[in-house]
Unconditional design. Structure first.
Length: 240
């Protein structure tokens, strides 16, 4: 029942924030900000749907907290630029309010603290955290240093200038996280599909001028895949 309530509150948030909210309301909030009547209606709709789906109709303060918090969070967001970081922060704050409400209603504080202490005291957990930290920025920096020679050769080319800024870094982080996850879950076939997909994308370009860039990217990709896979094997062996 406790988890059921949390799921219903999250579903109500997703419905009112993404499915049922008209784009005209979002535009009105961005333009009028604190003077936006649509923002008020959106906050009211969010509280009403959450209250209806919760099934706890004696808990009068729950929709009130959701209404006020949702209004203030979205109002603050209306004054910020349309960037992913602000969108993510907005959603995390909404979910945090829902989570706190759920904790209060079900009196789950002691259970959460107990579970947290259990996780924090687990060596396996910290080994996994270490592994995922290593495959993100530290391993990316190491691979960048190892391929610096070829990257410098491409730095002045038109293809390099036309590339999306920092796209390669985030692609590398995502693929290393995926490789490590696949190895830890023994999904080695998925690694083959990932390598094949990336190879097809890179070699699909028939432009001869991009050949050197393609080779550089594949060298970095193979280093990234190999290092992530070896780290995953090492972690799997350590956790046995």
């Amino acid at each position: 029942m406790a988890v059921n309530l949390l799921l219903r509150l999250i579903i109500s948030h997703l419905l009112t924030d993404f499915v049922f909210q008209p784009s005209s309301w979002i535009t009105d909030r961005k333009v009028k900000k604190i003077r936006s009547v649509k923002l008020v209606w959106h906050a009211i709709a969010t509280a009403v749907v959450a209250y209806a789906l919760s099934g706890i109709y004696t808990c009068w303060w729950m929709p009130l907290i959701i209404l006020i918090s949702h209004y203030l969070i979205d109002l603050a967001k209306s004054y910020l630029p349309d960037k992913f970081v602000y969108f993510a922060a907005d959603q995390l704050m909404h979910l945090a309010v829902i989570f706190i409400i759920w904790l209060i209603i079900n009196n789950q504080w002691q259970a959460i603290i107990s579970d947290f202490n259990g996780i924090a005291g687990s060596t396996r957990f910290w080994i996994l955290v270490l592994g995922y930290i290593v495959v993100t920025w530290p391993l990316g920096i190491i691979i960048g240093m190892a391929t610096a020679r070829w990257r410098n050769d491409l730095a002045a080319t038109k293809e390099a200038k036309d590339g999306l800024e920092n796209a390669g870094k985030w692609i590398g982080i995502c693929e290393r996280v995926l490789i490590l996850t696949f190895v830890l879950t023994n999904q080695f076939t998925a690694i083959g599909f990932l390598i094949t997909a990336k190879s097809i994308l890179r070699f699909g370009d028939k432009d001869k001028q991009a050949e050197k860039k393609t080779e550089y990217i594949l060298v970095g990709t193979l280093l990234s895949f190999a290092a992530s896979a070896l780290l995953g094997i090492l972690i799997s062996y350590t956790l046995k």
